[in-house]
Every structure is written in C-alpha cells, then in structure tokens.
Design a protein. Structure first.
Length: 358
C-alpha cells in the first residue's frame, strides 16, 4: 500500500513538473516564442510602439486588459539596481511603480542585506498585451524582480540579455524549494517588498509561498500579500494598487484577510492545478484556440493611446530626467557586499562573468 502511494506520488510529481513547465510558459514571465500576431491584434500593435505618449501618467483598464499613458522608464542602471533584458523595451511604468522600484532597491541594500536588485519586465512603452510572456503587466503597475542578486559590477547589455534565470526549486522534486539556493535573504527581500502599503500582491511559486509560511518567524501581517501562482520560481512579481486619482484604473479585489497559509495554498499541492486539460470526447469537435485580444477588446481609450503623440526620446521620458538615463550607464556599481553595514549578504553566489548555461 505504501509502495503504491509512493509510486503514485512519483507519477503525480512528474506530471506536475511537466504541467508546471507548460503552465509557466503560458502564463509566466519567462517568455514563450514570439508568434506572428494576427491582424488587429492588440499585442502586435502595442508591441510595435517604441515610445510612450506625452502627457500625464494614467493606467487605463485592468492589469491584464489595458494600456497606459505618460509612462516613464526605469534607468537601465542605478546604484542599487540593474535592468535586465534591455532589448525587450519593457522598462516602462507608471511613475508610482518606478519610484517604488528605486526605493525598494535602496531598501533591499539597507534592510535585506542585498547588494542590489535585478529588475525584469515592467511594461511596454504604452502598456497593453505583449507579444510573448505575460498576461498582465499591461497598465504599468506590475514589475518582475529576479531572485538572483545584482552583481557588484555593471553587466553589459549582452550579459543582461543572456544571464540565465536561477530557479529556487529543487530539480526533480515536486514543488520543493532548494535549500542550497534559497536563503533567509530571499525571504527578507519578499517581506520587504510586501511591507509597502501600495503593494497589494506579490506573485511567487506555491513552493516559495509554502516555504515562507513554514519558516517566516517575523511579523506575518503582510504574508497574505504573497500569492501562489504557476512559474515565478526564479523571479517574483510586484503588483501595486491603482494610484490615487487614477480614475481609469480598474482595481483588483483586495487579498483575503489572513496569511494565506491555508487551504488556498494547500490547493496547489493537489493534482487539480496541474491536471492536463481533458481531451475532447470521441467525435466531439476539438476546442477552438482562444481568440487573440484585439485593440477593441481593450478599454476604448486604448485605441487613442496607440495613436497619440510620442515623447521626444527615451532619455526625455526616463525617470529622474535625461541625466539619470545617461549618467549611470558609465558608472561602476556603487553598492557591493562591503557597503551593506559591514554585513555580508547571504544571498548565494553572485553570477559569474560568463554564466554557465543551465
Ligand atoms: Zn510578472
């Protein structure tokens, strides 16, 4: 009997891993292959625009169905951050999001023992759906942060393009955090991100949420902001609330009360979320693939956003002004392990100069 259960669990584990990989690509942030968009598709049009609109910053619509005006870019480099995958042109966000990221990066050094953070995708210049990867990140209020710490030197654009993601999960095991990779510094970083009142949700892999539930010994008030979801094992995703006065922004329901270490988490450790879709009954028509979102599916204002006048240049729309866009690019990384109150960060190995393919 025991053998039977163990075997069944192993089989389930394998299925679940396969499911996790598939689902991660479908909804996750790593990015599936770019497909040719169909005519009128929203992602084709929003993905083709290189610069944001002029004028005031407004998120329009919902995180997974919307666009934005007046976006600003996170500078590619700051003393406590480096932006990754620059060729994607997804460093754009609502100024409230960009300001939070800069502050978070500084606090990560001060309070969480990090040498700085690596910032992944935020949004396209005018938001909207993307050609690959995310289903959200459409209104400038979502941002991905790598679980890998910032190296003590500026990476080249090429290195930022090629640096592989490092999963926090143990290979070949079902939904288990790898204790050789995961550290208390990762836990501190997550809880720091959750501590800001404007942060409403942080998406992490269910195994990471469980690890936090099992091990976080500090104040658990904000633990409920950590939301389990597919993927998100090599980066986490910060979502902020609609900023005050953003009339066109559709808010999301607040997270339920409590720390979320309950049956809503236990669900992820059952077969249900990982089960492959049921095959159609014999003789039944195969289900149609979901229709690509068109511009007319988005809030009406988004069609005008596509056609609105651009800012003069990327530099002009960089948060902190044109000097922030250029001044830091040439500067060496200021933060290093020696600068963090003398305490060595226990955030695991710093990426090598030439990262190994994983
Ligand atoms: Zn994300």
């Amino acid at each position: 009997m025991a053998f039977g259960f163990a075997q069944a669990f192993r089989t389930f584990g394998k299925l679940a891993l396969a499911g996790a990989i598939g689902a991660g690509l479908a909804v996750g942030d790593v990015g599936a292959e770019q497909k040719t968009p169909s005519p009128g598709s929203a992602k084709g049009q929003f993905g083709a625009v290189g610069l944001p609109t002029q004028g005031p910053a407004q998120p329009i619509g919902f995180y997974a169905k919307g666009c934005m005006t007046g976006a600003v870019a996170l500078p590619t480099d700051g003393p406590t951050w480096q932006a990754m995958r620059l060729s994607r042109n997804r460093r754009w966000g609502n100024p409230a999001m960009i300001a939070l990221l800069e502050r978070f990066s500084q606090d990560a050094v001060k309070y969480a023992g990090w040498p700085g953070i690596l910032v992944g995708d935020i949004a396209q210049p005018r938001g909207g759906p993307m050609l690959n990867g995310h289903s959200s990140h459409q209104i400038g209020l979502d941002a991905d942060i790598w679980f890998s710490p910032m190296p003590a030197r500026r990476m080249t654009a090429e290195e930022r393009q090629d640096l592989p993601f490092t999963t926090m999960l143990q290979k070949g095991k079902f939904l288990t955090v790898d204790s050789k990779v995961w550290t208390q510094s990762h836990a501190r970083l997550l809880m720091l991100a959750a501590s800001y009142p404007e942060v409403e949700r942080i998406f992490v892999n269910p195994a990471i949420k469980k690890k936090m539930c099992d091990t976080w010994a500090g104040d658990r008030t904000n633990l409920g902001k950590l939301r389990p979801i597919y993927g998100h094992d090599s980066h986490f995703h910060i979502r902020i609330k609609c900023p005050p006065g953003a009339a066109g922004c559709t808010p999301q329901a607040p997270v339920p009360a409590g720390d979320g270490c309950d049956k809503s988490l236990a669900y992820w450790f059952t077969p249900a979320p990982w089960a492959p879709p049921k095959p159609p009954k014999p003789g039944a028509k195969p289900p149609k693939p979901p229709r690509e979102m068109t511009v007319s599916d988005l809030p009406r204002a988004c069609a005008a956003v596509l056609n609105a006048a651009s800012v003069a240049s990327m530099q002009a729309a960089t948060y902190g002004g044109p000097s922030a866009a250029s001044a830091l690019a040439a500067a060496p990384a200021a933060a290093s392990a020696d600068d963090t109150d003398g305490a060595l960060p226990d955030v695991g190995p710093i990426p090598n100069d030439k990262p190994a393919i994983q």
